[in-house]
Design a binder for this molecule. Structure first.
Ligand code: ZN
Length: 77
């Protein structure tokens, strides 16, 4: 099955959250959106370079933001 791939930025070596010393928060919508694909799915840490600890917290933050309708569950194309 062929799928359109979203443009992928080269993976950073260091986790952006560790580097900035911040935790992923549901209120930080602009930052969360950087980790969503074109279809508003959460990107894997393989592409974003986020560490395991922050990837888990990021997923929770995105889900909370979705529940509060800050981020869409899916984007229609
Ligand atoms: Zn981290």
């Amino acid at each position: 099955m062929k799928q359109k791939k979203p443009p992928i930025k080269p993976r950073s070596k260091e986790c952006a959250f560790c580097k900035a010393k911040v935790e992923p928060q549901w209120s930080d919508v602009e930052r969360l959106k950087e980790y969503l694909s074109a279809r508003s799915k959460i990107m894997t840490s393989k592409f974003t370079g986020v560490c395991v600890k922050h990837q888990k917290r990021l997923a929770v933050a995105v889900k909370r933001a979705r529940h509060l309708a800050l981020i869409p569950f899916t984007t229609q194309e």
